[in-house]
Design a binder for this molecule. Structure first.
Ligand code: UTP
Length: 278
């Protein structure tokens, strides 16, 4: 049984809800307090035992690449000062993990972004983390929770949460049989259904473990909702041909792809940080 070694970070979306901030940089570089969303994501993957970080980039990719590169000048400048600790975690990540990049030439949807990442992943099960879903957990991170389920069942696993029925059109919605508390075998999956058409209110969030047969499925998945290649459609096929599980993760998610979610995340994180340093 092979553990999950690689995590794919799709970061090639246009981030139009965040214009003009996202005109020249990916939304994954927006900070919650003083740390970019993407760094929280990489830290979560590292805590799940993953050392290979694979990025699918688009416009403004330089900011991402520079963030995860060694910066000798900067490190020398703050060495020995009280600011040194601010870079400590990032320096450790940069030195302990491996970072690779490929570019999605056109934003043709999340499914297409994941397929673009095949060249960095190869023929093995892998994690996918959408850094604009900012997740806070008490114990294990969301990817670590999914990896534990993958270890047991050896199939694709997606993280889900309950959302208000009126909001189903913002998410991929699943339905399935509950195998145990919080664990479902997916039988139905629909991308952004209107409340009247949704098979329930369990929404997929931006954390996945995918088995590598997903690449062939994605290759033959036609564009769906918004004329984009949807990972939801490919997962539905995978669920019909084999098995896909969904896990109601322990923790709290903030949708940092939207301005209200991003502001709430900052408020939450700032309060927590202020309390812990008080
Ligand atoms: P979103 O659905 O939030 O789309 O993408 P978006 O284009 O980034 O944002 P808006 O709606 O215009 O504000 C979800 C995730 O999938 C990635 C995004 O970077 C984000 O992490 N993505 C999406 C890609 O990498 N490529 C795509 O073609 C689409």
């Amino acid at each position: 049984m092979k553990p999950i070694r690689k995590c794919l970070f799709p970061a090639a979306g246009y981030g139009t809800r965040f214009l003009p901030a996202t005109k020249a940089m990916p939304k994954e570089m927006l900070p919650v307090v003083n740390k970019p969303l993407i760094q929280y994501g990489v830290e979560e993957a590292a805590r799940a035992g993953i050392a290979d970080m694979a990025f699918v980039t688009g416009r403004g990719e330089r900011a991402l690449k520079d963030h995860f590169a060694v910066s000798h000048e900067l490190e020398r400048r703050i060495a020995g000062s009280e600011r040194e600790s601010l870079l400590e975690d990032l320096c450790r990540l940069v030195r302990e993990c491996h970072f690779s990049y490929t570019r999605q030439l056109e934003a043709r949807g999340l499914g297409h972004a994941i397929l673009t990442g095949e060249t960095l992943i190869g023929d093995q099960a892998f994690a996918v983390l959408l850094a604009d879903d900012f997740c806070v957990t008490e114990d294990a991170g969301v990817l670590a929770q999914l990896a534990a389920i993958y270890d047991e069942y050896q199939c694709s696993v997606v993280a889900i949460e309950e959302v208000p029925k009126a909001e189903t059109s913002n998410y991929g919605i699943i339905a399935g049989e509950e195998l145990g508390p919080g664990l479902y075998r997916v039988s139905e999956m629909v991308e952004k259904p209107e409340p009247g058409e949704a098979p329930g209110n369990l929404a997929v969030i931006g954390r996945y473990i995918l088995t590598p047969d997903i690449f062939d499925i994605l290759r033959s998945t036609p564009p769906g909702r918004n004329n984009e290649i949807q990972i939801t459609d490919a997962l539905k096929t995978q669920a019909q041909n084999g098995k896909v599980l969904a896990w109601r993760f322990r923790g709290r998610r903030f949708d940092c792809g939207s301005v209200p979610g991003f502001m709430a995340a900052n408020e939450f994180a700032w309060r927590r940080q202020s309390q812990s340093t008080a």
